[in-house]
Design a protein. Sequence first.
Length: 614
Amino acid sequence: MANKEKLFTEFTAPTTQEWLDKIQVDLKGADFQKRLVWRTNEGFNVQPFYRREDLANLKTPDALPGEFPFVRGNKKDSNAWYVRQNIAVNDPAEANKKALDILNKGIDSIGFRIPKALVSTENIEALLEGIYAECVDLNFRTCGCHALELAKIVDAYFTKKGYDKEKLSFTVGFDPIENMLTKGKDVTARLADGPKIVEVLKDYPKAHVMTVHTETLNNAGAYIVQELGYALAWGNEYLQQLIDAGVDVDLAARQMKFYMGVSENYFMEIAKFRAARLLWAQIVKQYEPKDDNSAKMTINATTSTYNQTLFDSYVNLLRSQTEAMSAALGGVHSMVVTPFDAPYEKATDFSERIARNQQLLIKEESHFDRIVDPSAGSYYIEHLTDALAQEAWKIFLKIEDEGGFLEAVKKGVVQDDINATNVKRHGDAAKRKEFLLGTNQFPNFTEKSEGKRAAVAPACGCDEEAPFKKLQTTRLAADFEDLRIHTEETKVPTAFMLTIGNLAMRQARAQFSCNFLACAGYKVIDNLGFKTVEEGVDAALEAKADIVVICSSDDEYAEYAIPAFKYLDGRAMFVVAGAPACMEDLKAAGIENFIHVKCNVLETLKEYNQKLGI
């Protein structure tokens, strides 16, 4: 056989230093670290490029799919996951009818949320009528005080039906600690039910009982590394409790299941799931299981509600689609795509159908289920996996050193940490350091709320006492939405762009100002340009403008701003678009209002509302 000539052999591969030297030339003296190195919220730096040599000391590329420590996934032959949809059970017969319907529309995993009042043999039989449990991944959850009863009923039902226990994949979820985090209730006494539920379902090799709902942290604004670190500590708390109660290590680890959220950080989320499996396998290994497969981490991923928006809600489809892609490529066991209308209403048939199809699209048409861990070997994702693992491990060790996850929740350590992040992220959104497309950046100028209001989660009603701190779960867009709805319900002011002078600058600043002011629901009027400020002010007053925004270049503001302000003579609020060098001179002339990229958008708009009597 003739030798095959390799392409590009005449070219010498540049070294990393040569790349850096070239970049430094292109930067023209700018600081490489400040301009191109990304300092993540997760506590580590990301370089602008990676090469094979950056992976030399990493262990993750050496792993194989389906083998310990499972960084590359739990399976060897495919990347298939369960397409799941949750159903709130208010009437067992109606819930059953819905379940049978969606099972014919691509769903192969169903989550039933059952109120405590409906936990009975008759209701479970009605709920599962016509559902062949050996072919569907079933998930049941009720109030923690009835979880043991539910497990016994489910076991009796499966036994009565004569199902093969080896084939049944199901979960009877039990997670008292989540209730402590979300409602501040003391449910420590209920933790004793965990080993009992595990005992009831011990003969089902694919059953899960102890569930870790870190999607709750995700929806409270947690950064990825926080969710990951606390997931490990949370899971270890339950695992240790089961083993201390005499449960076999392999059984205890096998019955663990993690419910994790997925945020919009595409590559970081892929790496999160890889790092999660890696670290959980190492934790389980320390308990010396007989079978390495017991160290597999079973993950259900749910797309986030934290970044969903009430206004421009179809953008939520873009968010959840990339989130679903991250989860699929990250190798999850099952996935729920949150319907796009979740922030303001009970999901409709349309929104649920779209949510199902978002998964089916990437599964049936894009074939994300065919290739195991397709991101493996990517220098960037391997680096993210390792970096996330290191930072999350620090959180895990810190919690363990302080007495474990349960103790940290009792002390409010976890709640304080996540709540602080939530506050910071809301502050970043207010300053547009964190973008929400359609809300704090590029809003739909003409959209009205049309009666849409933020949905309120139903209360469980089990316990009254709330001695512990709670997570604050306010969506990132809520502050802007409240402001915009208030404006809409009170008075919608008109903001008029007085564009004059340099063409490029006036257009750019008019666009910036329109986006800025429309975040509060203001009506904005852009213009092609005026020859004089008097002409612009007259046009603004004719349009009954409440706000006149002068848009020009920094140099020309010294010429145009003060005459325009004086000619307007208080007949409308006057705003300068930008932060020109002559700002102090303009302020001395009485001009108070300036909008620019360093503004706190939310606070500025609240101030304008106050000045306008809104």
